[in-house]
Design a protein around this ligand. Structure first.
Ligand code: NAD
Length: 288
């Protein structure tokens, strides 16, 4: 029978560990989230982070700018938060309005507070396999697989999607964990030929139903990172809104060894991992 790799049980156990740890700290770990504009999906993601932070006893500062704010003002706010010793982590909710230079803004975040792991310093550390912040989704996938006892060393991992946010850092991370990694993308010629060779398929494309029964084999573990809204608005928690992944779940679920559900799989792990990164940042800042 197929193993369902649910995120919630893992999140709950690890959230308790974080909450216990925070109870014993002298000050509350604090995360600042910068939002520029009012995209509804971004607000939903931020609300999920606030809710989780609140649950474990961390502080979440939501710093909001209107969509026409200048780069200088946003950068100046980040510099201020960099210098504020009561703030331990800073993230910029993406996407940003197209008028802003995303790389420049993210790179303003002090490396020791970069809990999303997206500054060029963090990415270089990941590239070099040195200690640093692993982007939350990648860390979440690794934690989830480890929790369910899924071996990654020596396994053939096919990552579908090559974004800077998910695909590339995940491919790098698994390479460093001694998986044999293939990266597929929108110009891959025969996707099913590639995916069928995998032991683990990690899909992050934003294309609902891209991975079908024709792409999978019985021994495989399928990690569906996609979060797509079908016919509604985005928020995992709200029942009427339909969220689907990049895998045609119903037709694939009985054909493979293990699969993550959407919602309730990687998404919940990403929020957990962000706060695990925040606690790591807090510890490092208090160790010096
Ligand atoms: P993106 O748009 O930046 O990148 C998509 C990637 O998919 C590209 O590299 C592209 O080459 C590839 N792709 C597109 N069509 C393809 C096709 N037909 N075949 C093969 N590859 C194809 O997206 P992203 O930011 O990486 O996000 C991907 C999905 O993951 C989205 O649904 C997003 O909402 C979701 N996401 C989920 C989490 C989470 O915590 N679960 C976190 C981040 C993103």
């Amino acid at each position: 029978m197929t193993m369902l790799l649910k995120g919630a049980p893992v999140r709950d156990v690890r959230a308790d560990t974080l909450a216990q740890k925070i109870k014993n700290l002298t000050e509350k770990p604090t995360l600042a989230i910068i939002q520029v504009g009012k995209r509804e999906d971004s607000t939903a993601y931020i609300n999920a982070k606030k809710k989780f932070g609140n649950k474990i006893g961390a502080t979440v500062l939501h710093v909001e700018f209107n969509e026409h704010e200048t780069e200088e003002v946003v950068i100046s706010k980040i510099s201020e938060l960099n210098a504020d010793v009561s703030v331990h982590g800073i993230i910029v909710q993406i996407p940003l309005p197209p008028s802003l230079n995303k790389e420049k803004i993210i790179d303003t975040i002090a490396p020791e507070k970069d809990v999303d792991g997206l500054t060029s310093t963090s990415l270089k550390l990941l590239w070099e396999n040195k200690k640093g912040f692993i982007p939350a989704t990648t860390r979440g996938i690794a934690t989830l697989l480890s929790h369910y006892g899924i071996e990654i060393q020596g396994k053939r991992v096919v990552v579908v999607g090559r974004s800077a946010l998910v695909g590339k850092p995940t491919a790098l991370y698994f390479t460093h964990q001694n998986s044999t990694v293939t990266v597929c993308h929108s110009k891959t010629l025969n996707l099913s030929e590639e995916t069928k060779r995998a032991d683990i398929i990690i899909v992050a494309t934003g294309k609902p139903g891209l991975i079908t029964k024709n792409h999978v084999a019985p021994h495989q573990v399928i990690v569906d990172v996609g979060i797509n809204t079908v016919g509604g608005k985005l928020e995992e928690e709200v029942g009427e809104r339909k969220i689907v992944g990049d895998v045609a779940f119903d037709e694939v679920k009985d054909l493979v060894r293990a699969i993550t559900p959407v919602p309730g799989g990687v998404g919940v792990m990403t929020v957990l991992s962000l706060f695990e990164n925040l606690l790591d940042a807090y510890d490092a800042q208090h160790a010096v």
